[in-house]
Design a protein around this ligand. Structure first.
Ligand code: DX5
Ligand code: ZN
Length: 215
């Protein structure tokens, strides 16, 4: 059984309340919220006012993926918009250890995200402190891209690192997830599947969430 975190980036923003209520009724375990700043990634999505609105309607934990430079600047604002998990990019933090401690002190779970070119070995000295590692299986910035197969090897190596450390971090994978790539990711050791396009472009999004959940 995989945990599923549907990405609201692919929701219909004109009907956001309807889409969030659908996710409340679905087998999703959490909601994935993609925040982009136009600097760390070449796209801009949405920020705190929209997140406050998501918080108002969502009945499941909010899994916030910050694709922004220096995310440590925004720990309290992210907490105040209802985030349960605050994911920051390894590549966007000069002092990752400090940011992880700040996230936990603010009462959230701390996640660290790796771009496709960043090896999981970079986490060796922080893995005991984090609640989640998010492996990007596309270059961040856009929905509906093609899955990068090299991400599977990273998930396997990360699973091994976590067991060697007897650490408790969950492994999440994000980008190009569908039934086929989702199955490969779960077999490699992923706990949580993020899915945007595969869920929201489906005729029956709740069914696709259930299919991923059953992997
Ligand atoms: C990409 C985002 C993803 C994206 C996933 O930058 O981090 O969460 O929305 O979308 P799909 O599942 O369509 O690749
Ligand atoms: Zn994401």
């Amino acid at each position: 059984m995989a945990l599923v975190s549907p990405s609201l980036l692919s929701a219909d923003f004109g009907n956001l309340q309807r889409d969030i209520e659908m996710l409340n009724r679905s087998e999703a375990s959490m909601l994935h919220i993609d925040v982009m700043d136009g600097m760390f990634v070449p796209n801009i999505s949405f920020g705190f006012p929209v997140m406050k609105f998501i918080q108002k309607y969502a009945e499941k934990p909010l899994d916030v993926h910050l694709m922004i430079m220096d995310p440590g600047r925004y720990v309290s604002q992210v907490r105040d918009t209802g985030a349960d998990i605050m994911n920051v990019h390894f590549e966007a933090c000069t002092h990752l250890h400090r940011v992880v401690q700040q996230i936990k002190q603010a009462g959230m779970k701390a996640g660290v995200t790796l771009n496709p070119a960043t090896p999981v070995e970079m986490l060796e000295d922080i893995i005991d402190d984090v609640d989640m590692v998010l492996i990007m299986s596309v270059n961040p910035g856009f929905a509906a891209q093609k899955f990068i197969p090299g991400a599977l090897k990273k998930v396997k190596r990360l699973r091994q690192m976590i067991s060697e450390h007897q650490a408790s971090a969950l492994i999440e994978i994000d980008g190009g997830i569908n039934l086929e790539t989702g199955k490969e990711a779960v077999d490699a050791g992923a706990d949580i599947l993020v899915a945007g396009n595969y869920v929201f472009s489906a005729p029956d999004p709740m069914r696709n969430i259930a299919l991923l959940h059953a992997l």
